[in-house]
Design a protein around this ligand. Sequence first.
Ligand code: ARG
Length: 582
Amino acid sequence: MEKLLDLLTKKVAEGFVAAGYEAANVTVTVSNRPDLCEFQCNGAMPLAKTAHKAPIMIANDVVAHLNADIFSTVEAVNPGFINLRVREEFLAAYLNDLRQNEHLGAPKCENPRSVVVDYGGPNVAKPLHIGHLRSAIIGESVKRIYRYFGDKVVGDIHMGDWGLQMGLIIAELRERHPDLPYFDDSFDGAYPEEAPFTISELEEIYPFASGKSKVDAVFAEKAHQATFELQNRKRGYYALWEHIMRVSVADLKRNYANLNVDFDVWMGESDADPYIPPMIEMLEKQGILRESDGAKVIDVEKEDDKKEIPPCIIVKSDGATLYATTDLACIVQRMQDFKPDKLFYLTDKRQNLHFEQVFRAARKSGIVPETVELEHVGFGTMNGKDGKPFKTRDGGVMRLETLIADITNYVEQKILENQVVDAAEAHKTAKIIAVAALKYGDLSNLATKDYIFDLERFAAFEGNTGPYLLYTIVRIKSILNRAELKDATLAPADSVSAKNLQLALAQMPEQMLMAYRDSAPNVVCAYAYELAGAVNKFYHETRILAEPDEAKKQNYLALISLAKRALDECIDVLGFEAPEKM
Ligand code: ARG
């Protein structure tokens, strides 16, 4: 399906050619003066020199040759712009074609890619807190946008499950319960199936042990030793680690499900670990590992670097491997398991340098050929109203669960006041709206920017918010519930607001493609907001259910039902859903 602007560009270019001009640089854009026209073309301007004519004369020649089946008004205005409006019949026919697509906003993808999206990145045994929020929200949406266009996407949570936090927990468990069989080196039976702790105990143990290691050097050493032994797969420690994983992953799944986030692959640093030794051997053979003060590094700086890019450290002088080593080994594993065309990562922007180094090392070593794309998006911070990273009232790190519960409570009060939803349904509905408020509040910003979390603003039913989109969808649902749509074919618009809604719908492929190309959910948000505005304007200016002319009424129903489909697709790629009522 051709995008509307491409189609219009082609038609206007034909007009240039018919009038005897060069058409290579002709493009049609959406008008930035909707009061004057719907579309515009500035293609006459640059032709003045070669044609030895004033641009307005060229524009006048062109408008005389434009296809009257497509354009209802064509105007040449000084100094040489071409202002256009399209025919209602043409627009309706275009949308009726678009309607047949599987997705309203996705032109058929010629070459679907295989993509791994690395997002979430929680650290096992530590509670999910708001630092994990953005990676989950943005990653989930990017994954869905890629899928919308037909890509084969693997969403991988990439847990931090192999580091010091595991050693800290094991060392602390050993102090508290020295009699457990996991700590008995002579034990060679089967370990218990039940974990010797619950998730709440685990969540208490980690911060406790972490605090202790900072003031107690002997304990810190024990934790390091335990980490080392775990990484060498000491039997009892590995069995404990498996318990920690089972208990934590169950809890993570529940938490992410609350956010409508789900992963295809639950792998982590531990899964990359076995790939490290053969990778280092390969790097040694290639001769790209350089000794530097006892460490082994890959030089990754380039001549045209604007800032210094330090070498990527692969092995520290004490023989330990690092975060970068794990990420590089994980790339080896992903290349092998998923044969990806693209690897996409989402983390906090403080990791920008890390990924720059890892990507360069991956290219230099040939682990990732040039044909495979590597992209890292480093997102900004969610701040509180004071402009500082969002905290709990007493200055602590807020748990994700608490944040979601707070937003849900706030929304629940609001919908109870509105009295549209039964008290029994209120909590469920509030949760759906809360997720939309939180996700849209985040996704509507450019990912790389910081933003301010503002509960009242995010949860408002009016304005540029998630709940506003839901409200618009619910409004359409309620109309469609009260009337029977017999034929979904669109008729030519019979009012300005109907036409503007159709024009907004026809923009969907363009906008979605932009979001896809730039991995940018904020583009979907901006589009959905505009579309919802067009729906509400149409709604306020049109009698739909009360329309006495049945044919007209059917046309209106067809239009809003198409708008609902478009909005549903938008919120689906953003990762939230609409309630029945609100
Ligand atoms: N666990 C890491 C952290 O908390 C994030 C992991 C991101 N993904 C990756 N492949 N490094 O910072």
